[in-house]
Design a protein. Structure first.
Length: 202
């Protein structure tokens, strides 16, 4: 049963040796790990089995497509997420953006072969602030201008939808007027060709 497709899930949260996984049927299941050697992180695809008492045991971690790592206090690599497809980097005009940090995340996204979008919040604080991030727009990185206070672009910039390219139910990020980028495969879509776009409720 462990190798059955129906017993494959994705880790959505981890707390030590316990956590939550999502089955292929979108069920959220509380789990325990079978062995102390298994150290799942968010995003891992895993094999799991259900015990007679109903306990869900994670028995194997599948090979990830990529991994997001950091150095721990001892200078050792520590995996904090797997199978990352999209990074949303949130920054603001004030205080001044840390462009070195933004560049680091851009490099990380390229090395991991995943998409990155820059969410520029608090655009109401300054005038003509878009020039600060023009260099990233010229490099074809999506830059979304928003203001939580003034409710600028909050209802139209990130939407639910089905991508006609990868056929995934996913999130679509606005990159220009009437254009959305699939966060799963990176395809740019015209709004009118995707009949299943729906706005995320606020």
């Amino acid at each position: 049963m462990v190798d059955s497709v129906k017993n494959i899930g994705k880790i959505t949260s981890v707390f030590g040796k316990t956590g939550t996984l999502e089955s292929i049927h979108r069920d959220r299941l509380k789990f325990l790990v079978q062995s102390q050697k298994l150290k799942p992180v968010v995003g891992d695809n895993v094999h799991w089995t259900k015990q007679a008492d109903g306990t869900i045991l994670v028995t194997k971690i599948l090979e990830p497509n990529n991994q997001l790592e950091k150095l721990n206090q001892f200078g050792q690599k520590q995996t904090i997420a797997s199978n990352v497809t999209q990074i949303l980097l949130i920054t603001a005009p004030l205080p001044k953006p840390n462009f070195l940090l933004i560049d680091k995340f851009l490099l990380i996204s390229e090395l991991m072969h995943c998409n990155l979008s820059i969410i520029f919040n608090k655009v109401d604080l300054v005038e003509n602030n878009d020039h600060q991030l023009q260099i990233y727009q010229k490099l074809d990185y999506p830059v979304v201008m928003i203001s939580a206070k003034e409710k600028i672009n909050l209802k139209t910039e990130i939407v639910n939808g089905k991508c006609p390219t990868c056929t995934c139910d996913t999130l679509l990020v606005s990159v220009a007027k009437d254009y959305f980028r699939c966060i799963t495969c990176g395809t740019d879509l015209k709004q009118h060709i995707n009949g299943k776009i729906s706005y995320i409720p606020h």
